[in-house]
Design a protein around this ligand. Structure first.
Ligand SMILES: *Cc1c(COP(=O)(O)O)cnc(C)c1O
Length: 477
């Protein structure tokens, strides 16, 4: 036995554990105090010394553990672990571009720098630079929204759920709103149209059936307590087969004859015709306004590609009424949102550049060949990282737009299909692999389908591929 091995084996007693004060004064702790401050270093060190004391009493404390270097090392590790940000960047290889659980739309650089500017300098958030008097934060984006949608007026709140709640409370409190049974949707995350209506104080009058609603159904439901007629976009499901629904312009026609407004919750409202880039067709906000909707609500972080927000556009008198409702103050957006929203909306003035400039659209329009090339490059690196119990193969997949933009798989993409080739049940091993990918420094999120783990490369842009491969560079853990 060497002397150092002998020393490793020797045990320390309680009296060998140095005092907290002495440890804090030792050189090894200076850098920790400089980074983390005295309070938390003291708390972590005290806890650590307590556990050492327990080991010493049990007769299992090694001498090395009480050396200052060892103490500093243990405390540094714990501090680093507790100070790790909980909100972490991940790789979204789920194939869902607008993934609600992964933060939906990614913002373009222009929006990011506007947010940084707004956070680090005072700005005219509610200050009229013309008069020097108080301004309205909505003014920052209202004219832009009107220009892009053809509406008379606009306002913005925290998200589209808030927009719907506010609109219903402002216009239909203790009065009736007529909605087709085919549009009483649940969006997910506990957003159900009937529940929101109830909370808003609006009385829901359901008309038609799940699959068929006719103009006469709306017409017959109008009564003295009717406040408005409302249509809701069936974001995350499709009613097919023997179906009939009433268009916005027909509903608006009926409403107008009775002197009532029509509201449309467009959900993932888009400002441009997406079919020009080979994407599925979606009715735009402008078309909905033109069809006669007096109010249209939509999300900022779905197809629009901006920050989380709920946008309301429509007639000047209804928007005025909505803005006067006290809930507006409770649901208003902060300056971060407005700072990010303005440059994103401004991009829509030059629609031909959107596929390059707007991150979400760039991802949605990436050609399949780009992902195929990436899949071939990544395959070898991945196979090495996986070991021989798994087989990674480039394979075509279909990405989804997500966030209820369209329920079906629509975008031809490419990715890696990883199958389990070892002994035992594949399901358990694929789940284990999924967990291993989630435990990487920048977690990789894929999806399990058809007895394989799929990594869709649509949302891994070329500029990020090297960093992605770098974290797989080492041997498997
Ligand atoms: C997504 C969606 C909502 C909720 O919008 P958030 O911005 O997530 O609050 C409401 N209605 C419809 C139809 C939707 O698709």
């Amino acid at each position: 036995m060497t002397s150092s091995a002998q020393q490793n084996k020797s045990l320390a007693g309680v009296k060998d554990i140095p005092s907290l004060d002495r440890v804090l004064k030792s050189d090894g702790f200076d850098p920790l105090l400089a980074v983390y401050g005295r309070t938390q270093v003291t708390v972590v060190l005290r806890r650590h010394l307590d556990t050492l004391r327990v080991s010493a009493i049990a007769g299992s404390l090694a001498c090395d553990a009480v050396a200052t270097d060892a103490l500093a090392c243990a405390v540094r590790e714990q501090l680093a672990a507790t100070n790790q940000p909980r909100l972490k960047p991940v790789y979204n290889l789920t194939g869902t571009v607008l993934h609600t659980n992964l933060g939906r739309a990614l913002l373009p650089d222009e929006a990011v720098s506007a947010v940084v500017r707004a956070l680090t300098t005072p700005a005219n958030l509610e200050f009229d630079l013309g008069t020097g008097g108080r301004g309205d934060r909505d003014d920052l984006i209202e004219s832009l929204l009107c220009e892009l949608t053809g509406a008379e007026a606009a306002t913005v709140v925290n998200n589209n759920a808030a927009a719907v709640l506010l609109m219903l409370n402002a216009l239909s409190n203790r009065r009736e709103t007529i909605v087709s049974r085919g549009e009483l949707v649940e969006i997910g995350g506990a957003f159900r149209i009937p529940d929101v209506m109830q909370r808003a104080g609006a009385r829901l009058v359901e008309v038609g059936t799940t699959n068929r609603t006719h103009a006469a159904d709306y017409e017959n439901a109008v009564g003295p307590r009717t406040a408005m007629l409302m249509k809701v976009h069936c974001s995350n499901y499709a009613v097919t087969g023997f179906t009939k629904s009433v268009s916005v312009d027909e509903v608006a026609g009926i409403a107008r004859r009775h002197g009532l407004p029509t509201a449309v919750d467009l959900g993932s409202g888009t400002l441009v015709d997406l079919s020009q880039w080979g994407l599925p067709e979606e009715t735009t906000v402008r078309e909905t306004v033109k069809a006669g909707a007096d109010l249209v609500t939509f999300s900022g972080d779905k197809l629009l590609g901006g920050p989380q927000a709920g946008l309301l556009v429509g007639s000047a008198d209804l928007i005025r009424k909505i803005k006067k409702n006290p809930l507006k103050r409770a649901l208003r957006v902060g300056k971060l949102t407005l700072a990010a929203l303005e440059p994103v909306l401004a991009m829509y003035r030059a629609p031909e550049f959107l596929p390059q400039r707007l991150t979400t659209l760039r991802l949605m329009t990436r050609p399949q060949a780009a992902m195929q090339t990436q899949a071939q490059t990544l395959q070898r690196v991945f196979q090495r990282w996986l070991g021989d119990q798994y087989v990674a193969q480039p394979a075509p997949v279909f990405s989804q737009i997500g966030s209820g933009a369209l329920p079906e798989d629509v975008l031809p993409s490419y990715g890696l299909r990883i199958a389990y080739a070892g002994p035992g049940r594949a399901g358990r091993h694929l789940a284990r692999l999924e967990a291993r990918l989630r435990a990487l420094p920048q977690p990789v999120i894929g999806r399990i389908n058809d007895d394989a783990l799929w990594l869709d490369l649509r949302c891994l842009e070329e500029k990020d591929t090297d960093a992605f491969m770098a974290q797989l560079g080492g041997a498997p853990a």
